[in-house]
Design a protein around this ligand. Structure first.
Ligand SMILES: Nc1nc2c(ncn2[C@@H]2O[C@H](COP(=O)(O)OP(=O)(O)OP(=O)(O)O)[C@@H](O)[C@H]2O)c(=O)[nH]1
Ligand SMILES: [Mg+2]
Length: 349
């Protein structure tokens, strides 16, 4: 294994130099901030990876699978170092022309996972509005709304919303929260339970439905769903719960088959959890995207971190963020995802 040190002005530059000199197989062993604001990275590469791959791993020698795990871990660490480095550079005044308040905002947004370029755009907009005399909270809410969120179409609540998303993100809880609020405002509500996969799923939603005095119709397949929706035709709003999407592509295919006959009459809302890392979020979206959601609920924002990542990525795919799940309490922990709420939960207000 060949060891080499690289110094550069930023982690990103140092990583690029490592890649250029040692190739994509290089393993990052250590990163160290330098007094002048730069970064030193120690990297290593096996001069003959083919030989390394075939060599049997003797006791005490790191085998290929451990090396792979180590490589992935170090890759993730390098990503984190790069993010912190970007945030620190934002805080150190690298973004030209921004005052301290706007730079601090850019830094907080970056630490919440917002891509640096997007964080800078929001901070510039914030600084402009502040210069025009807007109070900080209003300037921030407006900047977040304009640059970090895809506008939610100003329309009344759709009559039928189907909630889809990975397992355990809070689909059923979100339905209970939405249903409770609809009941509280005097709307007539129907709930369809189409998750026939998870044991206890029907009992969980049935319990909420009973407490709210709302009818619940089970739907094991597409025909059932068509019948259930017809039965709820006179209801103001209907919420449909679906089975969580696991890693198997067949999960999404099954939900797609369920929705096929009603696709034109339902709104599909994706539910994702904020706590997920960017790769996990992208993987989750990959599963959900096949179901063509037109709106999104981001849950578990109370668990800290990641809302910036979720917003940036929703802006990228052009799907509006509709609601934020802010805790486990039904119906309290749900807020409309306007600029003010998102800014507050980004920890930026
Ligand atoms: N902290 C926090 N927990 C939440 C939130 N929303 C839901 N939960 C919790 O997450 C767990 C899973 O919630 P469910 O509503 O059952 O999730 P689901 O997506 O329906 O799960 P599956 O049907 O198994 O795919 C429960 O313990 C909820 O209380 C939230 O906004 N914040
Ligand atoms: Mg559920």
């Amino acid at each position: 294994m060949r060891l080499r040190g690289f110094t550069a002005r930023s982690a990103r530059e140092a990583l690029a130099a490592v890649k250029a000199a040692l190739g994509p197989e290089a393993v990052i062993l250590a990163t160290r901030p330098l007094a002048d604001g730069g970064v030193e990275i120690t990297a290593a590469v096996d001069p003959d990876p083919a030989r390394g791959a075939k060599a049997p791993s003797a006791p005490g020698v790191v085998g290929e699978s451990e090396l792979g795990a180590l490589r992935r871990e170090l890759g993730a660490l390098a990503g984190r170092v790069a993010r912190v480095d970007r945030a620190l550079r934002a805080g150190r005044g690298v973004i030209g022309g921004l005052d301290e308040e706007a730079q601090a905002l850019a830094e907080r947004l970056a630490l919440q996972g917002t891509a640096p370029a997007l964080a800078e755009t929001v901070a510039r907009s914030f600084a402009r509005l502040r210069a025009q005399g807007a109070p900080a909270a209003a300037a921030l809410a407006a900047s977040v709304e304009r640059h970090l969120l895809v506008a939610v179409p100003a329309a009344p609540e759709p009559p039928v919303t189907v909630f889809v998303g990975p397992t355990g993100v809070g689909k059923t809880t979100t339905i209970a929260k939405r249903a409770a609020r609809a009941v509280a405002r005097g709307a007539s509500v129907g709930i369809v339970m189409a998750d026939t996969r998870r044991i206890g799923a029907a009992e969980q939603l049935g319990c909420y439905a009973r407490l709210l005095g709302v009818p619940l119709a089970p739907a094991a397949d597409a025909d059932d769903l068509v019948r259930a929706l017809a039965g709820f035709e006179r209801r103001d709003v209907v919420y449909v719960d679906t089975a969580g999407l696991g890693g198997d592509a067949e999960d999404a295919a099954e939900v797609a088959r369920l929705l096929a006959p009603v696709r034109t009459v339902v709104t599909t809302a994706a539910v994702v959890a904020a706590g997920a890392s960017e790769p996990a979020l992208r993987a989750a979206w990959g599963r959900v995207a096949a179901l063509q959601p037109t709106t999104c609920v981001v849950t578990k924002v109370d668990e800290g971190g990641g809302l910036g990542t979720a917003c940036g990525w929703l802006a990228e795919v052009g799907v509006p963020l509709d609601w934020l799940g802010t805790g486990t309490r039904v119906p309290d922990d749900l807020v409309a995802a306007d600029g003010g709420a998102v800014a507050a939960w980004l920890g930026a207000a």
